[in-house]
Write a protein that binds this ligand. Structure first.
Ligand code: NIG
Ligand code: FE
Length: 411
């Protein structure tokens, strides 16, 4: 099935020899082909060029992209898309003055979602999650990472990851899964955190590895959740089973988790709303991708990750939604890109690089996704008629994505 896109006003992120990731000043450069064509064949990007030299041959389908932008689909490297129910009541409690941490202390927050999930069947969890996945793909997401962490029992953590793996089987979007058993200490283990970590390390991890349910290992390294010591323990155990670390860190406090993540060669360190010079120093020279989650900052009213400072320090940056029922009930990467420009002072070029190639890196997918490159997977999207790519973050909250193509198939 050869699909040809013609008269493309701007074909974004075209790289013949793409790097694994972009850092510092490199992020300012977004390569563009104007008045372009793009040929997709057998699920891959076959070729591209300008309309002055159109491709020859026969095609199963030709799509006229006059006035439109074509670009790689978003790579959302941090989500909790598999969850049960919602937490609107906590949202209202926060409007009325309670903080996210206060709600968690009262047994709300992650524990509230865990209770809901434990009571939900695998079938229903799959259905709820599938609906969310379809919605985010409609908004242009073509690769997504999904975490466990609302199960908090052996069976429920396995249930979440099985659902995530099943989504990957049933839908053409690229999915990576992360085991986040150490997301919160369940109430049955209050004051017995070590015992819960024993369950995570010696009961959950072996089962997850046996069924090959996860690619990554994660932990919520934060005051009131898990310490740096806990983080080192869980990451070390995960690595024994071949899981690569990706951690939640510095959402509210800097307690040394960033350096611990770098020490354990984490693929990414995510959140970073609070960032000290020591955290920055730890990241410099490492291969770890800092990931900002501006929709979480927006929803909770907490500081935004200092993305400008990270990039100006020569570091890379990826953007993700953190889609979850408590701190970011949206999976809309278009909003995330806009918020990064508006609130973190990223330029549109930097934000688009952060949400495509660097997002792919944070999921170990740079070799196959994130850029328009011959031989990469044909996950691309077509915008509505818009004046230029800068319009994407500018017209925040509007839906500018018209068509999504996954593995060369027009959805
Ligand atoms: O990434 N911070 C930890 N975990 C999630 C939110 C969890 C929740 O509130 O349900 C996050 O923000
Ligand atoms: Fe998260």
């Amino acid at each position: 099935m050869k699909v040809l896109l013609i008269n493309i006003q701007e074909l974004l992120q075209v790289r013949d020899q793409p790097p694994q990731k972009l850092r510092g000043a490199e992020m300012q450069h977004l390569p563009i082909l104007r008045n372009a064509w793009l040929l997709l064949n057998k699920g891959l990007i076959e070729d591209y060029g300008t309309m002055e030299q159109p491709p020859k041959g026969t095609f199963s389908r030709i799509i006229d992209c006059t006035g439109r932008i074509v670009m790689p689909t978003w790579c959302d490297s941090h989500t909790h898309l598999v969850y049960a129910g919602n937490r609107e009541q906590e949202f209202i409690d926060r409007i009325k003055g309670l903080s996210y941490q206060e709600i968690a202390k009262r047994g709300g927050g992650i524990l509230n979602s865990a209770q809901k999930l434990q009571q939900t069947t695998e079938k229903s969890l799959f259905e709820q999650s599938f609906k969310r996945l379809e919605e985010v793909v409609d908004m242009g997401t073509g690769a997504i990472e999904i975490k466990s962490g609302y199960g908090l029992t052996v069976e429920s953590e396995l249930k979440m990851l099985r659902v995530a793996r099943k989504l990957a089987k049933k839908y053409p979007v690229a999915i990576k899964t992360t085991f986040l058993g150490a997301h919160a200490v369940p109430s049955e283990f209050r004051e017995k955190k070590e015992r819960y970590l024993d369950v995570v390390c010696h009961e959950m991890l072996p089962r997850i590895a046996e069924e090959n349910l996860a690619d990554y290992i994660d932990i919520f390294c934060e005051d009131g959740y898990f310490s740096v010591e806990d983080t080192e323990r869980v990451l070390s155990e995960g690595k024994k089973y071949g899981l690569v670390p990706k951690i939640h860190v510095n959402q509210f406090k800097s307690i040394g988790g960033v350096a611990a993540g770098v020490k354990h060669k984490a693929l990414s360190v995510d959140h970073l709303e609070v960032l000290t010079q020591a955290d920055l120093d730890a990241l410099i020279g490492s291969e770890t991708m800092p990931v900002a989650l501006p929709a979480c900052s927006f929803f909770l009213g907490i500081p935004y990750t200092p993305g400008r400072q990270l990039i100006d320090s020569g570091l890379p940056l990826a953007l993700a939604t953190d889609y979850n029922p408590g701190s970011s009930p949206t999976g809309n990467m278009n909003f995330v890109v806009a918020a990064a420009c508006i609130k973190m002072k990223l330029t549109p070029e930097e934000a688009i690089n952060a949400a495509t190639l660097n997002g792919a890196y944070a999921m170990g997918l740079s070799d196959t996704l994130g850029t328009i490159t011959r031989g990469k997977i044909a996950n691309v999207m077509i915008t509505k008629e818009i004046p230029s790519y800068g319009y994407l973050p500018y017209s925040f909250g509007n839906m500018n994505i018209d068509q999504v193509i996954l593995k060369g198939r027009v959805l």
